[in-house]
Write a protein that binds this ligand. Sequence first.
Ligand SMILES: [Zn+2]
Length: 337
Amino acid sequence: MNFRSLPKVDLHRHLDGSVRVSTLRDLAVSGGFRLPTRDLRKLKAYCQVGPDCRSLGDFLEKFFFFYEFLKSPEAVERIACEICEDAAKDNVVYLEARFAPALQARAGFTMKQVVEAAIRGIQRGRKKFGIDARIILCCYRSESPASSIETVELAKRYRRSGVVGVDLAGDESRYPAEPHYRAFDLARKYRIPVTVHAGEAGGAENVREAVERLGAVRIGHGIRSLEDGAVLDLLRSRRIPLEICPTSNVQTCLAKTLELHPLKDLANTGIGVTVNSDDPGVSGITLSHEYEAAVRRCGLTCAQMAAAARRAVDAAFCDDPARRRLREKIERAWKGI
Ligand SMILES: [Zn+2]
């Protein structure tokens, strides 16, 4: 099956993890940063995960290398436009791009300005490449509770400009969610849809907390839900789908290989699963690659993959008219699969 030719939905893709190596080189040069090399092939080794990646720490190290290059309005606008271009090239017809404003802000470039720059880039990308792209703002576990509250306030403020949800991201194994409870209480008050990275570096109990305490209606990764039958029941009964990103899970050593990834087991429990890209730039993949990996290596049937594609439409944070248009597109192309 040629997944590249089929229209697809990506619910879990990070803006900072999607930057092209050539763009990182341009941004470093224009920002006056020193690079170890300007040779794109050599530079790739600094920005993309290789076979030597052994942990979430190794994975995140790639981000440390280039993060400073991203902290300007020009950089944010450009990468937001390019994420649309790259997704559209891969026949992604609907994309929710996420980022943490607190991480990309610096002195003289506020969180509000980060969000505004991203909105400009996404709007330009939508128009130019014909993709329906939206924004999810991430609160970050290692950042302050105040920055999470500000993130939720920004999501409310820019709702009409394409911000459709909030997320809690960051290293679950080191930083608890509890300091950020108030921010998510606020999200619930404002009726902003919530997704949470949980059950990735942390256990199934984090998935329960994400649902019961943070109000998550989708879970980022969540593959460790398999460790607790009661958590699986909770996800099933509330119809909460998982945003699975197979290659990313292998690169952060959550699964040893794609063949050993629990995607098929999760799909077989009757929980809604969706397949997403996470950090296509850092991982060196596309969403089509992930769909293909899900079938050829993780063992999903084509019918299960089609169900995942449809589930992603149901789980998208867009409004209902946009969802109807999207459903038509996906149904027409995936019919009979
Ligand atoms: Zn993620």
